[in-house]
Design a protein around this ligand. Structure first.
Ligand SMILES: CC(C)(COP(=O)(O)OP(=O)(O)OC[C@H]1O[C@@H](n2cnc3c(N)ncnc32)[C@H](O)[C@@H]1OP(=O)(O)O)[C@@H](O)C(=O)NCCC(=O)NCCS
Length: 195
């Protein structure tokens, strides 16, 4: 099957497409892309499910949740979220993901591709589009938080790869800045302005 992808920036009008893509499970485990957005004191286990959906919908309506949707022949098939690092406050509460220049950094912390469309380059197309969008917005430093597959492994479960994988980000020009033996890593790419 060859995909005819159209990638669009999320707007309030596109909420129904995001809702359809995320489905009854809210992408995964009732997350609704709220995990990294939770403020101090908001616990994921209390929020996941309908509350997370309401929170995400409100952010989308106010234009405060940013991301890109991939469509194949009009069907929403993939999502990547992006935004200023400060819009994902939970990143700073993960000791291994902290940094000392967070105000100057943009983040690409989560992907969700419809299960029938995985393994066909949708996440790749979304990451490339995210970099273009961020460059246009004047972002200078972009971070990802990909998972390092255990030594010797190439694949990890798709659900565990929601932040992407380390080889995937390195292949797209990111540098490994916070090296850990396993789990989520911090990677960065500097974006130069195109003339
Ligand atoms: C992980 C995920 C984003 C990958 O999307 P995808 O569209 O299949 O990825 P692509 O086809 O663009 O592949 C990009 C690269 O990553 C690699 N890759 C993809 N899934 C992988 C996995 N599970 N383990 C290791 N590598 C993986 C591919 O081999 C490819 O490598 P290559 O460029 O060297 O060929 C997708 O499986 C997914 O959405 N999983 C569920 C995540 C989730 O639950 N998100 C919501 C959280 S609430």
């Amino acid at each position: 099957m060859s995909l005819d992808l159209d990638i669009e920036e999320l707007t309030p009008e596109l909420w129904p497409a995001l809702e359809k893509l995320f489905g009854a499970n809210g992408a995964c485990a009732g997350c609704w892309c709220m995990y990294w957005r939770l403020e101090l004191g908001e616990r994921y286990r209390d929020v996941k499910g309908p509350t997370a959906k309401r929170m995400m919908k409100a952010l989308v309506e106010r234009g405060e949740a940013q991301g890109l949707l991939a469509f194949d022949n009009g069907e929403p098939v993939g999502w990547v979220t992006l935004g200023p690092r400060r819009s994902f406050p939970r990143l700073d509460r993960a000791p291994s993901l902290q940094c000392d220049d967070a105000d100057d950094v943009w983040s690409v912390p989560c992907f969700f591709i419809h299960k029938d469309y995985r393994g066909q380059g949708v996440a790749t197309a979304l990451l490339q589009a995210a970099l273009k969008v961020l460059r246009k917005r004047g972002a200078k430093v972009v971070e990802g938080y990909p998972v390092k597959p255990p030594d010797g492994a190439v694949r990890i479960p798709n659900a565990s790869a929601y932040t992407g994988t380390l080889p995937f980000f390195l292949k797209h020009g990111f540098t490994h800045v916070a090296v850990r033996p396993q789990g989520k890593q911090r990677v960065r790419r500097t974006l130069a302005r195109r003339r």
